[in-house]
Design a protein around this ligand. Sequence first.
Ligand code: DGY
Length: 322
Amino acid sequence: MNKPYIFVTRKLPDTVIERLLSFAEVKMWPYEDVPVTREVLLEEAKKADALLTMLSDCIDKEVIEAGQNLKIIANLAVGFDNIDIPFATERRIAVCNTPDILTDTTADLTFALLLATARRLVEAAEFVKAGEWKSWSPLLLAGYDVHHKTIGIVGMGKIGQAVAKRATGFDMNILYHNRSRNEEAAQMLGATYCSFDELLKQSDFVVCLTPLTDETHHLFDKEAFKKMKKTAIFVNVSRGPVVDEDALYEALVNGEIAGAGLDVFYKEPIDATHPLLTLKNVVALPHIGSASMETRFAMMELCCRNITSVLNGEKPETLVNK
Ligand code: DGY
């Protein structure tokens, strides 16, 4: 019998791929830092029984249609907005993601970004390295306190709750807004549900963790930033298109909000000449929410287990399209 064929869209460590090699033919895109080309992706999809994909790969109708033998798409991310889920479901292709195992790691990064933006850590570190530190002075690189402030979490899923848990350690007042109320979790964390507008008005830190959907596209627009406090700090660790970046830039330049910590962007990688990157009060990271060694290895292994299960006719651990 022919071995199943698996295509991995980025070079992953050989130790991770080993478990797949015991029963399948595996081909990997040879580069770690360069995304697979569209041409190669389409060519490989034609032959593949399984695809192990990155969040930066656009797995649309064309790719799915090309995959005549395709049985599973295992995405190395909790988010799956890069995949046409309805069409994959129609074609009876399992789509799997990597939830739970990245929750704490992503919450840690979210809180680190919030702290770094509020206390101007990146600016301060660059200041020292550039030899600009001439003397201690009373307001040198003074930022904003985090403790005892109000944090507003938009998207109270697992990562949102893990961020709220961290906020309790800073004695913060916790507000949240979500599609549906999660009273049990909220009670445990001492978080209060409020409308989106109310959250924007009251929060010192507005943290965006909502998934990207048609409803959340440009959720943070001109009007949303206008409703925030002038001292508010906006943090985005969800997906770039949830934010209207032109509106965010205007809000930062016009002093409508005080700063932004951004791990995600409309176009990734963001162009180095992008206006947002010229602002001192923006801390920008290259989409590293779940990027710890432990978590990234656990995510890769989960993808491999899901592929193994589906190709053996078993139920995968983390199926998106039930
Ligand atoms: C994901 O997995 O969707 C996150 O964006 C990772 O950082």
